[in-house]
Write a protein that binds this ligand. Structure first.
Ligand SMILES: [Zn+2]
Length: 294
């Protein structure tokens, strides 16, 4: 259920912000001191005075929601709809009656605050790439071939506005990671597979040549499947989990046409967050979304 009450009451939104933001106690956002006292209010927000540095602050100070004339409840609705329903910014500006530019900037600020997921691999790990049409900001998608045949695989690079996104599906932990890269190269693959718990990590890949050097390395037990021939060396050796996440990522990115390649990491972090809240009821989902950015 959508947490509607929070989206219509600024008081409720302010209370929720304070509850989440100060979950480990109130501290001064400027000097980190905990010796603070309540000091009146700023609109519906509690104001505080820091006894260490003598400056005042309120519940919004230093958060992604500060310095905005737009009601907090509207920003809560915006980030909720964005993560939960993958609502485009073009649609959000209509829903909350704020200009496109204002929504765009605030949503980007929210996305920048999302933490990078830490990769710790247990294995076996499926690894695969997808190539995203992502140019410079505001530019339309190019009309180049969408062919996924072997001949074009691995050709997409950041410089050609077709950056690769690596997908790692760790069957040991059940976690999936999406990681944009400048190019699909051996060095990048090694970096991604570096944080592992096992001496020798089982890795399942397709036949793409950038994975071949793993065969020579004792740190990896690589098995691969060639796309499309239907011949599997072993029933477990496949990259199907990666493929389903690749199509999920494509669908996630599709409402944000012309997504800038420089923003790709943020959009994909938003997708990771979406997966975390997918099965949660509305109020818990909103809480998790805000916790991640506050
Ligand atoms: Zn202070």
């Amino acid at each position: 259920m959508i947490p509607l009450k929070t989206f219509v009451s600024e008081h409720r939104a302010a209370n929720l912000l304070a509850q989440i933001r100060w979950r480990d106690g109130v501290y001064c956002p400027r000097c980190r001191a905990e010796s603070v006292i309540r000091y009146g209010s700023y609109r519906v927000f509690q104001r505080y005075l820091c006894k260490d540095c003598g400056r005042t602050f309120n519940d919004k100070t230093g958060t992604v929601f500060e310095h905005s004339a737009v009601a907090l409840r509207k920003w809560f609705l915006a980030v909720y709809a964005y993560i939960r329903f993958n609502t485009s910014i073009r649609q959000l500006d209509v829903e909350i009656e704020v200009s496109f530019k204002t929504v765009y900037r605030r949503v980007q600020r929210f996305l920048r605050a999302l933490d990078a997921p830490r990769i710790t691999l247990e294995g076996p790990v499926e690894i695969d790439e997808l190539y995203v049409n992502a140019g410079k900001k505001g530019r339309e998608r190019d009309g180049r071939s969408r062919s996924r045949g072997l001949s074009t695989r691995g050709r997409g690079t950041y410089h050609e506005d077709k950056p690769p996104v690596f997908i790692l599906a760790d069957r040991g932990t059940g976690e999936t990671y999406l990681h944009p890269a400048k190019a699909a190269e051996e060095s990048m693959i090694r970096l991604l597979l570096d944080d592992r718990q096992q001496e020798s990590l089982s890795v399942y890949t397709d036949g793409f040549r950038a994975y071949e050097p793993l065969d020579e390395d004792d740190a990896f037990d690589r098995q691969y499947v060639v796309h499309g021939d239907g011949e599997y060396a072993d029933g477990d050796v496949h990259v199907n989990t990666c493929e389903s996440h690749a199509s999920l990522a494509r669908r996630w990115l599709s409402p944000h046409r012309g997504v800038s390649k420089d923003n790709l990491t943020r959009y994909l972090r938003a997708l990771q967050l979406r997966k975390r809240v997918r099965r949660k009821p509305g109020d818990k989902a909103l809480k998790t979304i805000l916790e991640t950015a506050l």
